[in-house]
Design a binder for this molecule. Sequence first.
Ligand code: 3PG
Length: 407
Amino acid sequence: MREYNTLDDFNFENKTVLLRVDFNMPLDKKTLEILDTTRIKRVLPTIKELMNNNAKTVIIAHQGRQGSWDFISMEKHAKALQDLIGKKVTFIDDLYLDKAQNAIKNMEPGDIIMLDNVRKFEGETEKKTAEEHSKSELVQNLYPLVDIYVNDAFAAAHRKQCSLIGFTAVLPSCAGRLMEKELTTLGDIISNPEKPSVFLFGGAKFSDVIVTIDRLLENKTADKIILTGLPANAFLKAEGINLGDKNEEMLSREGSPENYDDIKRLMDKYKDNIFLPTDFAQQANMDRAEIAVSDLPTNYNLYDIGERTIEKFKSILSNAKTVFLSGPCGVFENPIFMKGTKEIFTYVANADVFSIVGGGHTVAAVEQLGLDSKISHISTGGGSLEKFMMGEKLPVVEALIAAKNKR
Ligand code: 3PG
């Protein structure tokens, strides 16, 4: 018996369902086209099941964050879903006002609509309880039109955001098929991990990673941590390395000064368990050029780990039994800077380890490299997966459990 409801617990015939998914996708920076549709594909079982049971499915999701370059409407996502599911998906250029409400009221059984980017609603990202969020304009305007709330956004399950937990306080609620699968598979891995375990963090976010690393090392889920991408830059900066103006500016857009004090404390505590790059590849005159950490600062952007670092990290990975990959090692979308990600990920995929991959960009990299069939578990989660792996309770799961207990 699960602690939360699943699709098995409801009859969806002719019911209006609000389905919260995570369609936060890697986009092409120039064209803003979706680069990888894995997260949509993974939610298809839930959407198909609702459609085949004659539900009226109203999808709600986010892309990017307010102020970020990838903060766009969900129109392209609706189109991508329509192409994948082979059934009309109507994009509504509204979230909860008249246009959205009328569209929901006019739905027929089996219809699918997709509302606009939920982060256009100012209150979405406020950290509140489910009850507090349920008083918001978003929930108050939508919930009277809905019969059942389904959450299939495992990748955002670590966020206490309005559309992720607010509806569970006022509607019968359950987990979708993807959420159910992720929680079951990962739960089994956590309860019986093979050691030693090495966790690699890369990508373009680092503030969340600091606490994650601390917890993973403290509760011994991770034996070693390898850092690449922006997290590596942040840790080197905290160690007093001047990375050069361009790289420092990228860091300042993501983190705050307090982050560096936290990193310093972490490095003092675990300096033998955390491994940083010793060289990088930078973009100089449109070409890849290696630079040692000892030769920094540089006037160029650091876009990948360097060749000596690749070899060093492979040797750390060589005796691992469980490997967790979260975030590419560099700007893998650019062929010149794909090398670090390609070599490290291929090494892990071919090794005799239990490999877990998470995060939109990481999964995209694995697929692009054709390694997906060689990875033991591909999760749609990035931050949520990390939190789950370090034994933290996920607010979305807690909200679904509370909703089940209430009714
Ligand atoms: C993700 O892609 O990790 C989730 O969609 C959450 O996104 P966020 O870090 O912007 O909250």
